[in-house]
Write a protein of this length. Structure first.
Length: 297
């Protein structure tokens, strides 16, 4: 089993941390953004929601069992926990051949309100293209400038706008799945795929976050053996079910502390922690400070 070590990932500050397995970022981590000339790469998977914006050339993904051609000048995104690789690129001599990537941690993405249709579609294996009327090149350039500025207020504007985009997209009657050309996904429709058991486990955690969930409880909800379910989850996300559950509890608790006047102990209880001390310990491990400091920041 690979050693886990903690180090910071791209972001405007060091308040959050990423977990790496063999040098690859998995679910825990900050939002990251980069811009570069595309290159081919071997089969890969990690815990983020990956956004791509391509200009000046062509790019073809092998995404699980399908080949997906990335359209130029369209924001496309997918759950990178599904195995994928870049197969074809071109032309090599284009002066403006450029890919802008954004990486949104899966656990944070799943905590967004009002984006359930989009979240379910991605977890079930969709490779979504955002309608052109919702995102244009100027917006992508502005987001990249916000990210590169390392200015916290500009970074918050970026993430708020990206969250609003997901909510706008979820309001659409259909979603465009590039894996199924010219067959739009209807609202509430979910594409079945080989990751369905992982999807089921994630949904079980989210729907029962305030309860006392165990790994066995989560596995039983999928009809799988507990050991098999745990290994399958770690294989796709790079972390254990317990780690993922704790992270979702922490996100829920932070939301309560920031958006309501509940006490720290009540936030811990409503988020499924068995004790306030357990909440404090996990919170400090992940965020580096105390829940009380969050409210006085």
């Amino acid at each position: 089993m690979p050693d886990l070590h903690r180090q910071s990932i791209f972001g405007p500050d060091d308040s959050d941390r990423a977990t790496y397995v063999d040098g690859k970022p998995v679910v825990f981590g900050q939002f990251a953004m980069r811009r570069f000339a595309p290159v081919t790469h071997p089969i890969d998977w990690h815990g983020h929601i990956e956004f791509n914006w391509l200009v000046g050339g062509s790019m073809t993904y092998q995404f699980e069992t399908d080949q997906v051609v990335l359209p130029k000048g369209r924001l496309c995104f997918f759950w990178a926990g599904i195995p994928h690789q870049t197969l074809k690129l071109g032309p090599d001599n284009a002066d403006n051949y450029q890919l802008t990537n954004m990486y949104f941690p899966l656990d944070v993405f799943l905590s967004l309100r009002g984006a359930g249709h989009v979240q379910r579609a991605l977890l079930a294996g969709a490779f979504l293209a955002v309608p052109e009327d919702l995102v244009d090149e100027r917006m992508i350039d502005r987001w990249f400038g916000d990210y590169e500025s390392r200015n916290l207020q500009r970074f918050e504007c970026l993430t708020i706008e990206l969250q609003a985009l997901m909510r706008r997209l979820a309001l659409r009657d259909t979603l465009e799945d590039l894996r199924i050309p010219q067959t739009p996904m209807l609202n509430q429709e979910v594409r079945a795929g080989p990751t369905e058991h992982v999807v089921s486990m994630i949904e079980t955690v989210i729907q029962n976050i305030s309860g006392q969930l165990t790994t066995r409880d989560i596995a039983e909800a999928t009809g799988l053996n507990a050991n098999y379910a745990s290994n399958l989850f770690r294989r796709y996300l790079g972390i254990t079910l317990k780690q993922f559950t704790i992270r979702m509890r922490l996100i829920r608790a932070r939301e309560l502390l920031l958006s309501s006047d509940v006490s720290v102990s009540e936030a811990a209880f409503q988020s499924g922690f068995s004790s306030t001390s357990q909440f404090y310990s996990n919170y400090r491990t992940v965020y580096g400070n105390s829940p009380g400091e969050l409210r006085h920041a």
